[in-house]
Write a protein that binds this ligand. Structure first.
Ligand code: SF4
Length: 435
């Protein structure tokens, strides 16, 4: 493994002669993968098979933090950073003068197994630049996964990227070998793709997503009748969206995400604040990523995925962007003060979930405790409710947490994540329901 390897790659009419050992390649290809955020954690739970190595668990892949604060999973690598495409926002784009290299399938399989045995990692996240064409790239990745699963009998978690435009027959192979697959949607509209990633198009991205969604559904149905049916992407599919590189609003982005959750049954949409790594006049002139926006989008995403909100409740054509100062749930509550206060001892589960400071688990615990005895303010803390937030929106046995009332500016100021610019918060507090 330590031997030096010479690889000749023919790409865009240029011969790259790559003369480096596997660890030099690892350094380059792990660094090149760090801007892909669509693998926050493992999504499979599976115990080891006899004679195999590894198992997958929901706590899954180990994490590490990059210099810019992003959470990076190990072993997260690219097959190659050679790419025939020229996406304006990407470090690995064709026009960048950067050291290029490529792993062989055997090298990645060896690295994964050796790192796994040393307990460095619990799974593999494999992505790639596009070398020659999407199908050729996917074939290299499939060979890697097949080596791991079939030769090494690796049973750990594998997340594989799908290159947009991959042939449907190859998707079948990837889905049989990987736990999770993802096609990056990259940008929220066809227009933005044309501007920043002209070699990609909506059809090449959406069509594999649709095919994967359909196959997962069919596979689940088959497995209900025949338990021995091999699994197909048991941890589902996800995607990644770059935000703030193009002018789409949060409303457009969240509508797209909602559509992907409903129609394509995606497990997760990952949002990645645009990180300026290239100079290009087509790109926005920002010096650092808008991480606050990424954070707000994740919060809105949780509300849609798990709390039963619709995008149109959180955002609208008139208010198309998320409030920087308060989280989307608080923002909704402040815009709908007539919905509050909610009586903790009688409200149904869906209404409890609308209270800022009450989460999925605490709402369930409230319901459970109510079956035995009434819930008091002291109980809420033990249950895990963030009382500092919730107390403004609830009553217990008809009483608010005295002497609080829904007072517009004070409340907005108190619930602001920044607490410094309350004058920028504009809420309509007419029609406040008093207890
Ligand atoms: S396809 Fe685009 S985003 Fe992906 S590696 Fe190539 S240039 Fe980068």
């Amino acid at each position: 493994m330590l031997a030096y390897i010479i690889i000749f790659v023919y790409n865009f009419g240029v011969h790259y002669v790559i003369f480096m050992n596997i660890f030099e390649k690892l350094k380059i290809l792990a660094a090149s993968a760090k801007y892909d955020v669509s693998c926050a954690s493992s999504g499979s739970n599976r115990i080891n098979a006899p004679g195999g190595i590894g198992n997958a668990s929901y706590s899954g892949i180990c994490h590490s933090y990059a210099a810019d604060g992003r959470c990076i999973s190990l072993l997260k690598i690219l097959m190659t950073n050679i790419c025939i495409y020229d996406c304006a926002y990407c470090l690995n784009r064709r026009s960048n003068d950067t050291p290029r290299t490529i792993f062989t399938p055997q090298e990645i399989a060896d690295l994964t197994i050796n790192f796994y045995r040393r307990n460095y990692i619990e799974g593999l996240f494999l992505s790639s630049g596009v070398v020659r064409n999407p199908d050729y790239t996917m074939e290299l990745m499939i060979r890697t996964l097949a080596l791991l699963r079939c030769s090494y009998r690796f049973n750990g978690y594998i997340h594989s990227k799908i290159v947009p435009g991959t042939a449907p027959e190859l998707l079948q192979h990837v889905g049989r070998l990987a736990d999770r697959v993802s096609v990056n949607i990259e940008l929220p509209s066809q227009q933005s793709l044309r501007l920043l990633a002209p070699e990609k198009n909506k059809h090449a991205i959406i069509s594999p997503m649709q095919k994967i969604a359909k196959t997962i559904e069919e596979n689940c149905a088959d497995r209900q009748h025949y338990r021995s049916t091999p699994t197909f992407a048991p941890a589902g599919q996800s995607t990644q969206l770059i935000v703030s590189a193009t002018p789409e609003t949060d409303y457009t982005i969240m509508q797209l995400s909602e559509h992907l959750y409903q129609k394509m049954k995606l497990r997760r949409v990952y949002y990645s604040a645009y990180v300026p790594v290239n100079y290009d006049p087509k790109l926005p002139n920002i010096s650092k990523p808008e991480l606050w926006r990424e954070h707000r989008l994740y919060q809105a995403d949780w509300l849609i995925r798990l709390y039963g909100y619709r995008t149109v409740e959180i955002l609208s054509a008139q208010q198309p962007n998320l409030n920087r100062h308060v989280d989307p749930k608080v923002n909704w509550a402040l815009q709908h003060v007539d919905f509050f206060p909610i009586e903790i001892n009688t409200a149904d589960y869906e209404d409890l979930l609308r209270i800022p400071g009450v989460g999925l688990i605490s709402a369930k615990r409230i319901i459970t405790q109510r079956r035995i005895q009434r819930v008091g303010y002291a109980d809420l803390k033990k249950i895990g409710v963030a009382l500092k937030r919730a107390r403004h929106f609830i009553t217990i046995n008809g009483k608010m947490h005295s002497p609080l009332r829904l007072q517009p500016n004070k409340l907005a100021h108190a619930l602001s994540d920044y607490g410094d610019e309350p004058h920028q918060l504009e809420f309509d507090f007419t029609g406040v329901r008093q207890p």
